[in-house]
Design a binder for this molecule. Sequence first.
Ligand code: WT7
Length: 654
Amino acid sequence: MSDIEINSILTETRLFEPPANFTANARLKMAELETLHQQADSDYEGFWAQQANALLDWHTPFSKTLDDSNAPHYQWFNDGTMNVSYNCIDRHLATQAAKTAIIFEGENGDTRHISYQQLHDEVCAFANALKAQGIKKGDRVVIYMPMVAEAVIAMQACARIGAIHSVVFGGFSAESLRDRIEDAGAVMLITADGGTRGGKIVELKQAADKALSKGCSSIQHVIVLKRSGHDIAMQAGRDIWWHDAIADQPSSCEPEWVNAEHPLFLLYTSGSTGKPKGIQHASAGYLLNAMTTNLWVFDLQDNDIFWCTADVGWITGHTYVAYGPLAAGATVVMYEGSPMVPDGGRFWKMCEQHKVSIFYTAPTAIRALMKLGDDLPAAYDLSSLRLLGTVGEPINPEAWMWYHRVIGRQRCPIVDTWWQTETGAIVISPVPGVTATKPGSCTLPLPGMDVAVVNEAGDPITRANTGGYLVIKKPWPSMVRTVWNDNQRYIDTYYAKFGGKYYLAGDSARCDEDGYFWIMGRIDDVLNVSGHRLGTMEVESALVANDAVVEAAVVGRPDELKGEAIVAFVICKGERPAGEAASAMVQALRNWVGEQIGAIAKPDEIRFADGLPKTRSGKIMRRLLRDIAANKAITSDTSTLENEHVVAQLQGKV
Ligand code: WT7
């Protein structure tokens, strides 16, 4: 048996049938779901062609659905032309111009309701402002903003004129921002004078200035939104205020009709090397699956208020805030700040106040709020909720049950949705009016998603509960198109393992006796910290970039709240730090990593030694380090260990 085929010991037997009254009103019932599956199975291309015609408005229709002549570079609907922003906004104006598109709430409590008509006008004005600054179709625009409505407006404005946006999460550091600007070759940066989170101002403009102070020579202009209102430096000739940029711009702007395959955005995500990958998505295919999944998984209906708590800096915020729900004509909630301000009841208070009907968040948030007890949620009227969702990592059954009981009041189905930055949209998930759920399982693939668990040879694993590689066997419309600037990495990462045949997700998984999927973890050197992906190599390269550090190895340790905590083993120049010098060094290195990557990458624990445990051939023994980090008994074979004494040091024994 190879490494990956491990038997799982986790057994979860509870089964939750969809509530009858949910099913009665659901978009998809058993029969409709079966029809979709049958159509996809019998005529794959025909199925997606039909969806694309039914759900998207085309400027010129497509004649070819899938072009696989240059596999694994697949093209979808490519001779058709369309515009994503038109599909998210304009096409709703005839029937629901006055409907609220976005309900925004700031951390300090300021709220704003933006109708589809207002959204149209603001997106158009900003699109015109971008054009006035020289932005053309195909230009890359980096968006580094707080979680405010203008972030979505900026994204939609880029889509409207065919510019390619790359949103950089506001929690990333100046260094991370610089790397992404440079890799994307961005000509414009859109930022703000600061956002508010946890009662503090996030100094985005200051970080942007730092990023632009070195390199970044492609950037010509910076547009700055006034949000926090505090003083910042503006560089004449380069920086312009958002309100000045739109001042004389008309509130209409003809959409740029682009080919279906025109790049819509880049989003950088961690992989198993030190350098994040610029995941490139295309226009029509992406939007199609953003829509199908909003309809099938979130059962979006006319009067729903949909709150996906993800920041637009992540793929979840792209697909389930900025694009999918708008394409479906829904109302979304956006929240700028921390779930803990003024206390851990903020989410529940907002659900009550805005009458949220669909709530989608991450297991790490659920666990953190669960720890605060049942009284906070009990204080609010959560009767508007009808559907709950989770994403980012496997949800532990305890947190699932709490979500079900205390938030859903045993009335709301829970959709545990598996997907990735690369898949663009949800791939495996319950369909809430149909699928019986099991806490901890993302259940079954959606229609048109050909997912399997395979062994080392690429053959399907038929034995229940045997782990293997999670793969997607057929291309799908919202799939990643390439890694920006590094097409070879696209091929190597996703298609090399099984000879170009299957898309390799990078997760291990198993199927149980009912065919339900259970995600077991990553197969590569990628950590999942609070539902966010971080490469161990990324943190390692940040550490070794520090003058005091000679060598570093980073591994994950299971963590009750964050899913995984980051543990770094560090070799310093000179003497191994001890006592106070060690504490000071830990502090300094944590801050350093925060500056290099962002606060989410700060190691939770740093241990010093004279060397790292290596095999005689010089390979770092990562599995051994993982056992040490988890304070577990060492199970790895240490007979090939070159330098045995460091193990005791790393265990903290000497
Ligand atoms: C990785 C993708 C896609 C949105 C958020 C993360 C893990 C995601 C689940 C889930 C178990 C999950 C996987 C995946 N993951 N959703 N429901 N159950 N694991 O996006 O940063 O691209 O990370 O997150 O390991 O590969 P991402």
